[in-house]
Ligand binder design. Sequence first.
Ligand SMILES: O=C(O)CCC(=O)C(=O)O
Ligand SMILES: [Fe+2]
Length: 350
Amino acid sequence: MEAKEASQYSSIIVPSVQEMVKEKLTTTVPLRYVRSDLDKGDIDGDLRTEIPIIDMNLLCSLTSMDAEIHKLDLACKDWGWGFFQASFLDKLKTEIQDFSNLPMEEKKKLWQQPNDVEGFGHAFVVSEEQKLDWSDMFLLVMQPVQLRKPHLFPKLPLPFRDTLDTYSAEVKSIAKILLAKMASALMIKPEEMEKLFDDELRQSMRINYYPTCPDPDQVIGLPPHSDSTGLTILLQVNEVDGLQIKKNGKCVPVKPLPNSFIVNVGDVLEIITNGAYRSVEHRGVVNSEKDRLSVAAFHNLGMGKEVGPVRSLVERQKAAFFKSVTIEEYFKGLFSRKLDGKAYLDVMRI
Ligand SMILES: O=C(O)CCC(=O)C(=O)O
Ligand SMILES: [Fe+2]
């Protein structure tokens, strides 16, 4: 029942950009990828625009907890983003690279099926006329484990399958720690947050592959969007630039830092915190020299949970700024649209 519901979300099957570039099927950009519809954005070249770095060790130690929670709190209010230190994930990175370079006949076995968004392919393609992104993705629901698709997860090559399994459990526990600290900073009752992100919490992994492009200014790797999740933990796999976030109307490039993740407040957390924390718009740009890889772990509410501002905040602020809907309704609406900045959040606004 649950797995069936999950597979109702789908996206129109599109060509693999990686294949197109590798097979030299194109030396110019096909029209469907030319994004004259998008604003190129003003790049913020000011080196003082520094993304806050949160130290996970400090955050979790009792003595200096207050200062680091305050930093985390400010980062979420002001940016929707932050970094924290973590052990270096060499093995995972190498295995993701190898996985992305599997021969096409192997990848085809893991391709999206009709009426399902999981597997290799793309998401948010809802019409044959729609412009396409200069990227390929591989999407997989990892948690709760009973929602792993039998035709996908068990078919992943070893040792990548085991590495991804371990990574999944680790980032899930990091996400839970961060959510608990955020609840504490906002004076949300701990049990309210715990109940929302309990053992049923859904974690999806999205591996993004951005091939080189003969004319990078004409295309977009991933259009401006905010993540439609609670919390995203993003790893820039091969340390190639390409991620940009929007801050005060300008695009700020996010340099990949070794030993760090990017933590991203998603729309669902903005709703839950009644707007106290803001999801941030970001995009992926490509270049003509180096392929780029990233892996995003999205953490969301489990089946049957309600997305809406938590009671303790609504009581204190005496108003709810967002509607409450079931997570199923929320996703049905989301996947029937193309990615468009923070537009879907406005649909939820009261
Ligand atoms: O590739 C990146 O750095 C960003 C990926 C992203 O925004 C996403 O998967 O939602
Ligand atoms: Fe994103």
